[in-house]
Write a protein that binds this ligand. Sequence first.
Ligand SMILES: Cc1ncc(COP(=O)(O)O)c(C=O)c1O
Length: 372
Amino acid sequence: MQLSSTNQSEALISSNPRIPIRRAPVLKPLPPTDQLHFGKHFSDHCFYAKYSPDQGWYDSHIEPYGPILIEPTAAVFHYGQAMFEGMKAFRHPNGKVFLFQPEFNMKRMQEGAVRLCIPAPTRDVFMTGLRELLTLDERWVPAEKGCSLYVRPTLIGVDPYLKAVPSKSALFFVVLTPVGPYFGGRSKPLRIYVEDSAVRAVPGGLGAIKAGANYVASFQSALKANAEGFDQVLWLDAHHEGVEEVGTMNVFFVLKGEIVTPALNGSILSGGTRAAVIEVLKSMNLPIIERKITIDELIQAQQQGRLIEAFGTGTAAVISPIGELNYKGSPYYVNQGEVGHLTQKIFDRITGIQYGTEPDSFGWMRPVSDLD
Ligand SMILES: Cc1ncc(COP(=O)(O)O)c(C=O)c1O
């Protein structure tokens, strides 16, 4: 795709009056579901929409997945005007494909775009893009339990202008990647390295947004943690006190008498899975509290036997049990390093709804065919 090209439409074969589609001449073989690695295989097609101040959102279309042409001076490459979303499509036993909470992801992208000064995709662009791409590439939604099709809407500033000012034009695109269980299907709880030096985000910064900048800020610590045998990093706040997130997940602690998740303080990403877990816990009449929790309080609770379970929540893994927090060189084990009873229960409840084996009592699932 050439951003500056005006006559691409000649090559497009339209099957829908609103979204021209240029089909891949040859469809890729589907990877075996036992060999799916997160984000490695991409479906046959990609949805694009462009924004310019004169035209608003225009040129929504689908074309084969492949390289795109963007000028080397585009804002995304120099000033980090880049953000994305992540959600999953599930195939239900009746064969129909559903998305989990697409409305939540659309709003989160629209709100984040304001902070990053990138024109936000309208509901029509976002939902039409998802519907048309997922309909065209539906065969990529696996039917096996534990597998799904991860959907990655992305928004970038593309003005070719080296002055450090926000881009006036934007590109929105959606790619699809089939996924198996995120942590390779293992149910063994995570070993977590508590980062007490680098910080991921600060209140008033970008932490509450799914900006690419937050992820590059986290890579060095993640590499260090992995090299020392840990699975993920537990992020603390800018004072190295308050607990924030774990890897690319929100985090929950089951303490004696209360279940705590850090309150959204401006540097924590408001996760869709986090919101779903809170709803599930409330429906079970369990005492879920959103508040600040410090690493010192957590360590003390562990030492006093009051830290019963801990888990991360996010689209990719849904629920990831935590078996160890390693802080300043000392291991603090949670639930003897085993999957907790409540952790398992919440995982089963949410995935049951996602895969359509349990009734959607919270109204989370949207059929792809109805997205508008
Ligand atoms: C930094 C970060 N925190 C939390 C989450 C969880 O958000 P969600 O449940 O919407 O996937 C994510 C995304 O998966 C993330 O990247």
